[in-house]
Structures are given as structure tokens and as C-alpha cells.
Design a binder for this molecule. Sequence first.
Ligand code: ADP
Ligand code: MG
Length: 696
Amino acid sequence: MVNVPEIFGSKVFNDEAMRQRLPKDVYKALQKTIKEGRQLDLDMANVVAEAMKNWAIENGATHFTHWFQPMTGVTAEKHDSFISPVGDKVLMEFSGKELVKGEPDASSFPSGGLRATFEARGYTAWDPTSYAFIKGDTLCIPTAFCSYSGEALDKKTPLLRSMQALDKQAVRVLRLFGDTETKRVITTVGPEQEYFLIDEDVYRKRPDLLYTGRTLFGNKPPKGQELDDHYFGQIKPRVKEFMKDLDNELWKLGILAKTEHNEVAPAQHELAPIFTTTNIATDHNQLTMELMKTVAKKHHMHCLLHEKPFDGVNGSGKHNNWSLSTDTGKNLLEPGDTPSQNAQFLLFLTAVIEAVDRYQGLLRYSVASAGNDHRLGANEAPPAIISVYVGDELDNVIKSIIDGTDYTDKSKKMMSIGASVLPHIPQDTTDRNRTSPFAFTGNKFEFRSLGSNASIASPNIVLNTIVAEVLNEYADKLEKATDFDSALSDLVRRHLTDHKRIIFEGNGYSEDWVKEAENRGLRNLPSTVEATEAFIEPESIEVFTKNKVYTETEIRARYEISLENYYKQINIEAQTLSDMTKDEIIGAALRYEEFLANTINDMKSTGTGIPTRVEEKLLQQAADMVEVLYDRLQKLDADIAKEDDMNDVKELASYNRYTILPDMDSLREVIDELESRVPHELWPYPTYGELLYSVQ
Ligand code: ADP
Ligand code: MG
């Protein structure tokens, strides 16, 4: 039996470890640095590094690394051992300089051209707000990654900047409501993570899963999710063991893993942690995904984090539960008990609604990837159109504010939000609209369009920045007002009126919504190709530069990287599909033809009166399919070859989306048909059924 409170955070150099191991003055200074986000001076850093090293060695570490999040989507680390030679012996050393700054060779990380124009090398800098931890034999120090000229080369730096921007504006707003106590406002996130588990043996037999994370062909198994018996169903013993192990590993790292359950599709599961500060939640989510993979390996399983590993089967997403909290722990999206608290809540709510409406394109961009394109807009995940769901109660409140009527009293009394009491908005009893991409769920917003595989940094950078911008504008206006209450009422009413088109309470999966959204003037950006363009529109550049989250140079670099990642992913998929077709599928199709021909010959030679026309027809169809297979493969190969002459990322992205993907789909169509016909023992790859029901 594990003692959970005892193991929790045991591999983290957390507040308790710091308090125990650091001299009082150093501990205090470090706390101040952490709270105020300032630089640590070198003397202090030396003391912290020494204590951290001793703690790490006692806990089995021999190496250290700056752990960072380059724009590859995964985390990066470069391990250095603590050893330092003294004569014939070694000492275990770790200096303050090594703690606060590292210099990984930046040249192989994506930089979107930043390296060409600036210094080749980059550096990493400790983010003391996220605790150091031990993974295996290595002390990992969460860091930001920048170029020498200061451009962010990672996801953490802009995330921290966006949190700062929001902090500044939210505090300004709070002051207007007479709050003099709050020193900081942070954003909090609880990301619910979906994933698939399949047996390692079947996984190894599918090069498409190995190289691309998703199956490139395969027919839906006869038993899919139609019976809905998997969702919240009993967890299989092998999966249960995995979850237990995973929880233990996560808890040791101080990650608040809370809920684990089966999801909609067979072999699909979900893990939800308790929410925490956004940058820590982001680090934790990266670690969670990494641990899911390593723990699955121990159990001879493979964890698939791809957004759409199986066509026709529910895909995997991530729900980004997001809110604002004061440093004293007050949730600013919690409707309050007093009229003034309610007015404050309504102002923040209005700001989020306006931000989402004005920057729909950016939010869509923030969740765009080759993998997630297979989910968004399909009938299982929120549509590619961004809208906000607020629930019945709030919808009525908002309508009455807009109409200038009191929502309870229909007698056209003006509703002054500074003086009216909101209805109690019950959490969890609100009708949860699962089809909405951005839903208010009682005291937080749930952004549901995220793919399972991506870092949560990007959507949170956007969310924080756009809400900061709107709050900034509100504060500018309200600070100048002579009569605060009426200025506030007026502002809320006007801005809700201007942005009400983004509120949609209906079924986001329906065809009607696509049309209605268009009538309302909402954006529909179907794929990463279009969504990425939204990132470099003038309003986008303005909102990021004004709030000091990205420089224009950083935006242009990230734009390139986004399109580059996108087309490279599809290119790898196309090559893999082509290889698998040549390696095994053509052979299987020919063996099938041969099998039919031999069977017919045998029948003829035994003179039983068969074959009939049916056998001959099957043979003819098989021969036709081989021909179609060959033609479509030729077309795919020829189209892939054309990419050699293209240089522009936008052209390459669009070409992959609108030429290569359709080529792959049409090749897949005939492969799937073959799979359904070829006798099972002649089919070279595990089927969907074998993959999805591999863990029993
Ligand atoms: P579900 O959406 O599955 O019904 P819950 O509503 O219980 O589940 O919570 C889902 C996630 O939302 C959890 O990770 C939880 O920690 C997180 N969450 C709850 N409150 C907040 C908050 N104030 N800020 C951010 N995340 C939150
Ligand atoms: Mg949820």
C-alpha cells in the first residue's frame, strides 16, 4: 500500500523542501523572487543550487537538466552530470550559474528563421515559479528558452508574459471595485486529458502508429462505441494497474491527478487533475503526457495521444478549464453573494465574451494542428466555429441586461447591475452543453477544442492575452468615469449587445449551426491552413505586441513554424502510407488474387460444376482493385514528388491539405475495401478490432 500523503511531492523541490533546506534569509528572498517574478542574484542562486543538489542526490539523482518546451510540441532536456574532477576523484557540484542559466545548442530546434537573423545560440533561464523535480536519475529545472537577442524560442516565455499582462489589467479592474488587497491575479487551469491504450505487440505491427501516431487505414470494428458501454464503464484490471502506477508517479511529482475514467471509445480513457496556476498546469500536463507513455510501456502497452488515432472512432481532446483567481484565492468568475460582487463578476464575464468574439480566429488558431483538424468540425468535437455557451440562467441575465429589463421582473424596469442580485448560478446542475467549444461551467470557462496531443500553452497564451486586452480597454474607460456605477452598467450593456452574436446555446454539432453562424458573421476556419493565417492578421499582431506577449518578429517566426509542423506531419503520413502500401498491401492484394485464382482452378480441376459466376466476379473485382490501388499509389507518389519544387511554407501547407490529404483518402478507400475482402490470415496488419480490443 502506498501512503499517498507521504509520496505526494516527494520528488519535487517544493516549498516544504526549500523551507527545510535553505537558510531563512535565502528562503525568504527566494519566496519574494517567486512572488514578484524578479531575478535571483548569483550569491543567492549559489546557496539555492547547493541545497537543491544535495536534496537531489539524496533522492537518487546524478544528473541535472534544464527542462524546457521548445516549439516542437514536446519537452526538451540535455543531461549533465553533477561530477566535477578533483585530482583522481570527482565531486558532485552544481552552481548557481548552472541553476539559473543554461546554454543548450539551439540550432536544431524550430525557430522559424529567428536563428538566421539573430544569434545561433539560445539560452535557458530558470522559472522559479515552477518547482524543480526529479525524473529518473535527473534533477529537472523548469526553464524558459530564449535566443540571445531575447526572442522567445519556447512556449513558457510567452505564457508567463501573457499571465503578467492579465495580472496587470485584472488588478486595475479590481481596484475600481474598491479592492485594495489583491496584489496579483493569476489564471488557473485544470486540463482534462484523453488518451488511448493499446497492447504494445499490436502497436509494433503498425508502422503508421509508430511514425505518425495514427492509423492511416482500417475499417471500423463491428463493435464500436454504439453501445455506449465503455463510457464510465468498469475499468479493466490491466488498465486499472496502469492508472494506479501512473497516479503514483504523478503524485510523486506533485501533480494533482484526481479523476481517471473510461471514455467514449473502446480503449479510450481520461485523466483530470485538480486545477492549478496556468504555467504549472502546463508543465504538469507535459509531464503527465510523458509519464502516460513511459508507464504504459512498463505495462506492455502503448499510450496513443494523437487526436484521431482511428477514423470513425471518437477522437481524443483536452478540456482546458480556465479561470481567474486573486492571490488570496478568490475565483473572479464565481458569481458572488452581494450586488457589488455580482457587478464585478458580470464585468469579467463580459470581458471574456467580448474577447472570444473579437479574437475567434486566434482561439481557433491556438488549437490548430494536423492531428486536431481530424476532430474539429467532425461530429464528435466542438466545431471549427468558436462560440460561447453560458447556460440558461446567465443567458437570461444577459438578455435582460441587453434589453434593459430586470430579468426576474418583466415590467421593463431598468436593471442597474451595480444594485441587482444575480440568481444563484448552480455549478454542475447547469445543463452542460457538450457541443460548445467554449462553455461557462459555473465558475470557470471550459475551452473544449484542444487536441489531446498539444501543449496547453498556446490556447492559454491567447486566452490570457485577449482577456487582458479587453480588461485594459474597460479599465481605461472606467478609470475616467465620474459616476462609476452608471458607467459600469452602460459599459456592460453596450459591450454585451455588441458581442452577443458569439453566444450560442444550441447544438454546435448541427448543420444548421454552420449556416446560422455564417449569418451571424462568425468565422469558420476549417483547417490549420486557414486558422494559421488568423495569427498574422493586423488585429492579432496588435493585441500581442501591445500586451508585450509576442514581438512581431516572434509572431512571424511562430507562423512559419506552425505551417512547417503542419505540412511536415502530413508529409510523413503520406510517405508512411505509400511505404506500407508498397511493403505489404500490394503483396496482400496479389496473394488474395492468387488465392481466388487457385481456388477457382482447384474447383475446375475437381469438376464439381463450380465455380459459378460469383467466384469469377470476385476474382475480377480483386483484379480491378489492384489496378485502382496501383493507380492511386502512383498518383500519391507523383504528388509527393512535386513538393520538391516548392519552397513557400504557405504553399506547402495548402498543397498538403488540399492535394496530399485527398490523395491519401482515396488510396485509403481502396485499402479499406481490400481489408474487408482479403482473408484475415492474408492481411498483413492488425485491424481496428485487434488494436482497440487488444487490452483485455
Ligand atoms: P467535468 O468537466 O468533467 O464535469 P469538473 O467540473 O469537476 O469536471 O472539473 C473539471 C476540471 O476543471 C478539473 O480539472 C478541475 O480541477 C478544473 N477546475 C475546477 N475549478 C477550476 C478553476 N477555478 N480554474 C480552473 N480549473 C478549474
Ligand atoms: Mg470537462
